[in-house]
Design a protein around this ligand. Structure first.
Ligand SMILES: [Zn+2]
Length: 389
């Protein structure tokens, strides 16, 4: 039984039919979100939990609450470990600490979940080429999934992307364009090239299925433990919107017997548009003028889903914190030495953000907390420079 109904614009509410190739709202260019008949799913199932979690591998375990694809393009994404980090947690005043290690995904990051779903949708639609602007991990994931689907791929990366990303994308057969500047410059170069033909574009929130794939992170976490907080490094914001959407769906299915976890957004001090908006009590975030941080994955001056992200924080009773590059580097070292985890700068930022929120008393010592390490650290060679001898 399938419960997928189609898509709805996250900004204006316009509904889009299930088979549509629309990548964004035709009325307002807002982000499209997948809609399911959750009431029917709840009625049909004596035990909705058994409907939610099937026996597919990885993210496909939750296929009943994903769009149906004729062909799943998969590299083994999902089912990443939740690392019991309580010993480390005790040292930072958060004794119930767990780390969801997304570096265990194909191509080493949480982007695999979203790209598995997005590329599966493109294959269903008969699209023969995918395009993305990326600061690194999204491009790598798209290149690999396009190779698996045997469709063409073009990745637009800003010149400040970690060394090696372009070569690795090309290894998968992708065409890479290096654009001087930052992520928005790469996005503009892509937009200029594709013009109105956006069928294969899978930019953040300009395509509806990346959120759906990433949503499975919440289902996996919730099957293992019931966290009070989830702390997430945030650039474009697909991850945080995905977590919020997933928990809303669990709630509608009657599977959440407590309020949804409080969501915390962590950004870098040198690029913190959402943190500034949150602390200013705003509904929208102003673009950050001069983004600077070593954490390239969150060096994103503005999100198309700023309103949705801020709503997710409000509705979950969440929080936001900004951390310095020095705190990020310290976080990488601490996670490596105290937990054996080589985290990405973004994952380390989330960990540093947790420490800050715990120090402020926003996250109490009795809270059960999940920090998401979105990717591995090995591609960020500069993190190893101090250890070269
Ligand atoms: Zn709209």
């Amino acid at each position: 039984m399938r419960y997928f109904e189609g898509y709805r614009c996250g900004a204006c509410g316009r509904e889009i039919p299930a088979g549509s190739a629309a990548a964004e709202c035709p009325s307002c260019a807002g982000p499209l979100l997948a809609v399911y008949d959750l009431a029917l799913m709840r009625r049909n199932a004596r035990d909705p939990a058994s409907h939610l979690a099937g026996d597919g591998p990885g993210i496909w375990r939750y296929a009943s609450i994903l769009p149906p694809f004729a062909r799943r393009v998969s590299l083994g994404e999902g089912r990443t470990p939740l690392l019991d980090s309580r010993e480390l947690g005790r040292s930072i005043g958060v004794p119930e600490l767990f780390i969801k290690d997304e570096s265990a995904n194909p191509t080493g990051s949480f982007k695999a979940r979203g790209m598995a779903a997005a590329v599966s949708r493109l294959v269903d639609l008969g699209v023969s080429r995918a395009d993305v602007p990326s600061a690194g991990n999204a491009g790598l994931a798209l290149a690999a999934y396009c190779a698996a689907a045997r469709i063409a791929c073009r990745v637009f990366i800003p010149s400040e992307t970690p060394a090696g990303v372009a070569a690795e994308c090309r290894l998968y057969g992708a065409e890479v364009t290096v654009v001087p500047g930052l992520l928005p410059d790469a996005a503009r170069a892509l937009d200029a090239l594709v013009g109105v033909d956006r069928a294969g574009v899978v930019s953040t929130f300009r395509e509806p299925c990346r959120v759906e794939g990433k949503k499975t992170m919440a289902f996996e976490i919730e099957e293992e433990i019931a966290p009070d907080w989830i702390v997430f490094p945030t650039g474009g914001g697909t991850g945080i919107v995905a977590l919020w959407k997933a928990y809303g769906e669990l709630e509608a299915l009657g599977l959440l017997r407590r309020p949804m976890p409080r969501l915390a957004v962590v950004q870098a001090e040198g690029c913190a548009p959402l943190v500034a908006a949150w602390h200013g009590g705003l509904d929208r975030a102003a673009p950050w003028p001069d983004p600077k941080t070593i954490a390239s994955g969150i060096r994103v001056p503005g999100s198309r889903a700023d309103a949705l992200i801020l709503r997710a924080l409000r509705e979950s009773g969440g929080a936001a914190a900004a951390v310095s590059d020095a705190e990020i580097v310290d976080g990488v070292r601490e996670l490596a030495r105290a937990r054996g985890l080589f985290a990405s700068p973004e994952g380390a930022a989330a960990y540093a953000g947790l420490k800050a929120l715990a120090r402020q008393g926003t996250i109490s010592p009795s809270s059960r907390v999940v920090v998401v390490n979105t990717a591995g650290g090995a591609r960020y060679r500069f993190l190893l420079d101090p250890y070269e001898r």
